[in-house]
Design a protein around this ligand. Structure first.
Ligand code: UDP
Length: 385
């Protein structure tokens, strides 16, 4: 493999341990994006191992987190909301992590022993305090970085002091880190990691993207996504939008949610509707679209900013995604429409007013950080013992 970053060709390889979990689609997508970028920049010199920390710890119920997460989050679910806010202080993070430590500590230490690394990176907010306990117990001295994956309302768990580097996507996130007690010199405001395909897609025209996907050229495309797990009331949203009979082609990406996929395929609506399951070429789908109706997931938003899509936010996970709504709305990149009827009205409005749509698209693009992944990869590479 070619080495794009010249310094790497002269130095020996480095092992990176990327800790993530499949709780939602975003942690894996982000870790994979940085891994791919390290391969592009440093070739075989960067040896990156990706580990689902909860699954590999093999401690119930943590090892079931990927399956339980979509159920536990249950959009607008009060228990998640309350739990999120109650635990969102540093004393609570330490207390809870300390409480589970006797149970998970040995497994976590075993996991770190089995995956030795020169640089350890966390792409998850939950395990960081426990990881810091484990590092102290094992006297690990290798650099530890945390790549934060929420835009604004970042949970305190991401900012447990003690890591060498905290990479955050926005100034609002930096302020949260400072309030949590992280030293200013350890924080870098860079952006969300997104896949390289979102940089490359800027060379593709909308016409080409539609050709590639077999989508029509003669009408606007309204794309709908509920994150990796197809969360939120997408069926009523689709029904409401279709019921308005827009002169548009609707596309829904159901992600890994098979029940949603089946329900959408069974819908009888008066406008053209394409339903997809989990796709690996989201960048092309976004490039083909004129409007994105989405859950306020941080990764999907960061991707949509790069493509410059006007946004209709139909749902947000309580707690961690609430700040994303403000980020989008205050920057005029989109609207917040938590009811299906309001989402349909917003879509109809944008379809009827191309100038308004273009202005919103420009505001969305103004929030883009297309080269964040490259910068993150370079910062991680530069971490030394
Ligand atoms: N995604 C994907 N294929 C799909 C659906 C989603 O690659 O079919 C990706 C999407 O591009 C984004 C991530 O999954 O990178 C979703 O992350 P987000 O933070 O928006 O929501 P989450 O799924 O983590 O709740």
């Amino acid at each position: 493999m070619g080495v794009a970053g010249s310094p790497a060709s002269a130095v020996s390889s480095k092992r990176f341990l990327f800790l993530f979990s499949d709780t939602g689609g975003g942690h894996r997508a982000s870790a994979q994006a940085v891994k791919d970028e390290m391969a592009r920049l440093y070739g075989d010199a960067a040896v990156v191992e990706m580990v689902d920390i909860f699954v590999e710890m093999r401690r119930w119920p943590f090892d079931r987190f990927p399956e339980l997460y979509p159920v536990a989050v249950g959009l607008n679910g009060i228990p998640w909301h309350v739990g999120y806010h109650l635990s969102d202080t540093m004393p609570m993070v330490r207390l809870l992590s300390g409480a589970v430590w006797p149970y998970v500590g040995p497994s976590l230490c075993r996991l770190l022993e089995q995956h030795p690394s020169d640089v350890m990176v966390s792409f998850h907010g939950v395990p960081n305090a426990a990881l810091l306990f484990a590092r102290r117990k094992m006297m690990l001295r290798n650099p530890f970085a945390i790549v934060t994956l929420d835009l604004v309302s970042v949970h305190a768990g991401w900012f447990t002091p003690g890591a060498h580097l905290y990479i955050v996507p926005t100034e609002a996130a930096r302020q949260r880190a400072l309030r949590a007690g992280v030293t200013a010199k350890r924080i870098r405001v860079i952006g969300m990691p997104t896949r390289r395909s979102f940089v490359e897609i800027r060379d593709m025209t909308q016409t080409e993207a539609r050709d590639r996907l077999g989508l029509p050229q003669d009408r606007p495309i309204v794309l709908m996504i509920g994150g990796g797990e197809g969360m939120g009331p997408l069926v009523p949203v689709v029904r409401e939008i279709a019921g308005c009979r827009p002169d548009a082609h609707l596309v829904v990406i159901a992600g890994r949610n098979q029940a949603l996929y089946n329900a959408l395929r069974a819908l009888d609506v008066p406008v053209p509707l394409r339903v997809e399951g989990f796709v690996t070429n989201i960048a092309v789908w976004m490039r083909a679209a004129d409007v994105l109706v989405t859950k306020a997931g941080p990764n999907t938003l960061a991707e949509a900013f790069i493509v410059g899509l006007p946004l209709v936010l139909y749902a947000a996970i309580p707690g961690q995604e609430e700040g994303n709504i403000l980020h989008v709305v205050e920057n005029h990149a989109g609207v917040w429409t938590p009811r299906p009827r309001a989402a349909a009205d917003a879509v109809m409005d944008l379809l009827a007013h191309p100038a308004q749509r273009s202005a919103m698209a420009a505001c969305s693009q103004a929030l883009a950080r297309p080269y964040a992944t490259e910068e993150i990869a370079r910062h991680l590479w530069d971490l030394r013992r």
